[in-house]
Write a protein that binds this ligand. Structure first.
Ligand SMILES: [Zn+2]
Length: 296
């Protein structure tokens, strides 16, 4: 007999009272009189409750709600479950777990669908705020235009390697050279020494393309939700979408981090002196320190 919709059990129970109040629930069942037919739900309780098999009563926190042929419901632990159903029990658990996973993904997707407009607004806000994504993209392009090609490439390479210190080779003093030669008899050493003249603060900003994160990753995923009816999605499509949505919060945080690096990098006057210093070999750049934080 099919149970009607009103009476349909949820896939998971987290509260014993919720199971216990079901009209067909029995805390104890004599399985010699009422044959178990199938598993209907999983139960995860904070405290232990006895197995519903009359000759067991072993208390469990986690178990399953089973239904008998005559529509009674009770709890069983895994030992009794296996005793009753063996492989049937295991395959029903696997099927139930699969449905639980699908249901939780559907729930996440539905929440995102309800929040589509808010998410789009959030993308727009990050884009258009003072020193937001639009400003950052424009400012990086400007840096690229004003630097020589070599220097911009050099900066990108440094950013990728996390190499923020800028060095300069300077002549050693007479004293330094004398001290060195007294210590390394017969070894001729370089007349120059390498000094760190500063660190490029916020250089990481050049590792990212904030437009790509906001538009290609966040916005396009969110906008695609407008045409999605989650309950009709195939399992692979559902998995893919829930993975993409699961990343959205991380991507929003990443966008904020990138804007933080950008503010650090472009508000720091000494960064421009250092880039100029890097540019010493190359006279074609025309990098000027004007107000890089300006949004216009
Ligand atoms: Zn039991």
């Amino acid at each position: 007999m099919e149970s009607n919709y009103e009476n349909e059990a949820p896939l998971m129970f987290y509260d014993y009272a919720e199971v216990a109040k079901r009209p067909n629930f029995r805390p104890e069942i004599d399985t010699s009189k009422h044959k178990i037919e199938k598993i209907i739900s999983k139960s995860i309780f904070p405290d232990k409750h006895p197995c519903g098999k009359k000759d067991c009563h072993q208390p469990h926190k986690n178990g399953w709600v089973v239904e008998t042929v005559d529509n009674l419901e009770t709890l069983v632990g895994s030992k009794c479950g296996l005793e009753w159903g063996g492989d049937t029990f295991l395959s029903q658990i696997a099927a139930l777990d699969k449905r639980i996973k699908r249901e939780s993904k559907l729930k996440i997707i539905s929440e995102f669908i309800q929040n589509t407009d808010l998410l789009i607004e959030r993308v727009h806000e990050i884009k258009t705020r003072t020193n937001g994504a639009l400003w950052l993209s424009k400012t990086i392009t400007r840096l690229e235009t004003e630097c020589t090609e070599d220097i911009f490439r050099n900066l990108k390479r440094r950013a990728a390697k996390g190499e923020t210190s800028v060095t300069k080779d300077v002549l050693k003093t007479k004293e330094e050279r004398e001290l060195e030669s007294s210590m390394n008899v017969g070894v001729s050493s370089s007349a120059y020494k390498t000094l760190i003249i500063g660190h490029l603060d916020g250089l990481e900003v050049l590792n990212f393309d904030i437009r790509q994160i906001l538009i290609q990753k966040i916005y396009s995923t969110v906008i695609s939700l407008k045409h999605v009816n989650p309950s009709t999605l195939s399992t692979p499509a559902l998995n893919k979408l829930s993975l993409e949505l699961g990343e959205i919060d991380t991507l929003f945080l990443q966008a904020e981090d990138i804007l933080g690096y950008g503010k650090k990098f472009f508000s720091n006057e000494s960064n421009f002196k250092l880039i100029k210093a890097l540019d010493i070999e190359n006279k074609h750049g025309h990098l000027t320190k004007i107000n890089w934080m300006d949004n216009t």
